[in-house]
Design a binder for this molecule. Sequence first.
Ligand code: NAD
Length: 499
Amino acid sequence: MSKQNETIDWHARAAALKPDGRAVINGERVGAIGGETFAKHSPIDNRKLGDVVRGQAADIDAAVTAARAAFEDRRWAGQPPARRKKVLQKFADKILAAREELALLETLDMGKPIQYSLAVDVGATSRCIAWYAEAVDKIYDEIAPTGDNALALITREPMGVIGVVVPWNYPMIMAAWKLGPSLAAGNSVVLKPSEKSPYTALRLAELALEAGLPPGVFNVVPGYGHEAGEALALHMDVDAIGFTGSTRVGRKMLEYSGQSNLKRVYNELGGKSAFVVFDDFADVKRAAKTVAGSMFFNQGESCNAPSRVFVHESIAEAFTAEVVKQAPRYAPADPLADTTVLGALVDEGQMKTVMGYIEAGRAEGAKLATGGQRARAETGGFYVEPTVFTGVANDMKIAREEIFGPVMAILTFKTEAEAIALANGSDYGLQASVWSDNVNRAHRVARALRAGTVHVNSYDEDDFTVPFGGYKQSGNGRDKSLHAFDKYTELKTTWLRID
Ligand code: NAD
């Protein structure tokens, strides 16, 4: 972290902050039509941050109407790509300029350490918008090879109104992964952030307006999933839903589409990613350090957290000892302190869910190697120690279900075939990782693993140039990379007969 950041008194700034919880519709800050609000508390200490609009169907309808009007009069879609690029680049710059405010809001809202909100969340959000801005005036359409007497143009058109529903674990980044490609392509957006982390999305909408995005193109309506989220996904004038969240709600999104206008549904869902370490990987310490870092990052509240760790039985003891040695580095601490690496879970409910899984692990016979307790209860906030279970079987609850907290399950295997079968023995298929110094084995296993991303001798590799998404019940469609444009554009064929 820079010197400048080390001198910031984040607690003083937090005390002075009065976040605005009103929706952004058609370029204006507005309350709910019926006046509904909900109280938002910080998981750091359970202090109330403010009252936030509790959007209802009428509010969603107002936002969709504004978005549709903006799309139909082509105030954004009609601008040349090079112009849209400039506006979005400015938006990306404004995000960076507001980095301290956005980072503080993110940390207060969902509990992650301030150093990561600054360096990871704000940075990745700005870079994402800039990346799609840069791309949009470099993508060409196609002419089909149809012969002399015809011309068939294959063009991409923006889809219209995109409903975006995102979770609370990376509130800005998850929103940016949808906003980047959908706005760059010329769509209008109605974003419903998680009720657990609404503030940064609202500020993003204001920054976009300041950057020159026309009113109505990017609207944000906070509220609960079963109210605002459901109303958006059921709306007859929304063309597609870009959803990131749980598999349970992803299933509902598909139902809402079937019950309404068959809008496209792109689901980025949960995970239970496998981390497979073979005995021919020499640097056990590096593998252990990597898995701890990736598992405990963001309090374990990452869709791609390597929560199922498969280790060859001959190195399991040494590997586990190294992982346990890492645990003190991830002791929960004050999220507003510059050096903290593990902060608060998002709310009391999530903490109870995680503690419930720890209890289930014990009850099913897994062995607690470290952690397992609530921490920092005296703060009023919701913290859980980094926790490692050994002696886990693949059919135990803690190996099957997504915990979404700092809990790692270590399992053992004897053969390569067994490792592959165990790793693939999950409803999820978001990410996986294979650790081996044998290049043939590394390629063989990487091919066999059923996951959207496979890392070899690494984890958490990340770049906007590559797609992100899952196999199986981890979802469909891909965020990031140029492939994301496929989700928010329609392909049109135009035939011209040449006499
Ligand atoms: P969630 O599914 O509970 O909520 C996600 C969003 O959906 C929230 O905005 C919520 O308000 C809304 N929602 C809830 N019920 C709804 C309903 N009935 N209709 C419409 N909207 C509804 O998930 P969460 O707890 O916020 O986030 C954690 C989940 O997100 C985890 O499963 C995690 O793996 C997943 N996730 C996936 C990715 C990915 O890229 N695959 C990335 C981040 C998080």
